[in-house]
Design a protein around this ligand. Structure first.
Ligand code: 5RP
Length: 215
């Protein structure tokens, strides 16, 4: 089985801290994600900086686009983003706009199913529209209220859609194997790495769990 990719969500606002975290964890990470708070705070210049410093990594910009899909996403693809995110709740017109922008740059789109009431229907429509990835995502506020992404991951994985599945929402070393076995193709980890005493050790531990679950 192909190993799922590991994505580090960089939600820190401070640029030097963000770049340091990326350097420390790079051996274990496939996709660097410039998180939503960071891209709002730091802007497109950080996309260019990441592409310059980490040319061999995939770069996801977590725009969580809600409207004006093509117009908003296009400059981020032009700046080097390999993947941007659009909200499933934005609706198909916006999703299709981001897909148009991605296709022009040979890049990819992740439809984030956060707070989508009918996730299966949205995932199906997104796949039909040409989205590359659907994201099962329990956001930070929902996590604080005790929610997890595991049941949604299972339900979407069972559909067998022609899209890759990303999972985010409090994933850590102890749950990495479970999400791989359930069918996630991209494992997103934020706080369990950037909040760890040793982010490099935490990233390595998650990498080892993903490898162990992929054999
Ligand atoms: O997109 C996000 C919040 O909206 C986070 O980046 C995502 O949830 C991953 O972080 P964590 O592992 O801490 O949940």
């Amino acid at each position: 089985m192909a190993r799922p990719l590991i994505q580090l969500a960089l939600d820190t606002l401070d640029i030097p801290q963000t770049l340091k975290l990326a350097s420390l964890t790079a051996p274990y990470i496939d996709i660097f994600e410039i998180g939503t708070p960071s891209i709002k705070h730091n802007g497109i210049a950080l996309v260019k900086e990441f592409k310059k410093r980490f040319p061999n990594k995939l770069l996801l910009v977590d725009l969580k686009t809600m409207d004006a899909g093509e117009y908003e996403a296009e400059p981020f693809f032009a700046a080097g983003a390999d993947i941007t995110t659009v909200l499933g709740v934005a609706g198909l017109a916006t999703i299709k706009g981001v897909i148009n922008a991605a296709n022009k740059h040979n890049a990819e789109v992740q439809v984030d199913l956060i707070n989508v009431p009918d996730k299966a229907a949205c995932a199906r429509e997104s796949a039909r529209a040409g989205a590359h990835i659907v994201g099962i995502h329990t956001g930070l506020d929902a996590q604080a209220a005790g929610q997890t992404p595991f049941a949604d991951l299972q339900a979407i994985a069972k559909l067998g859609l022609p899209v890759r599945i990303s999972v985010a929402g409090g994933i850590k070393a102890s749950t990495a194997q479970q999400v791989v076995k359930t069918g996630a193709n991209i494992i997103v980890v934020g706080a369990a790495i950037y909040g760890a005493a040793s982010p490099a050790d935490a990233a390595r531990e998650i990498y080892e769990q993903v490898i162990a679950a992929s054999v």
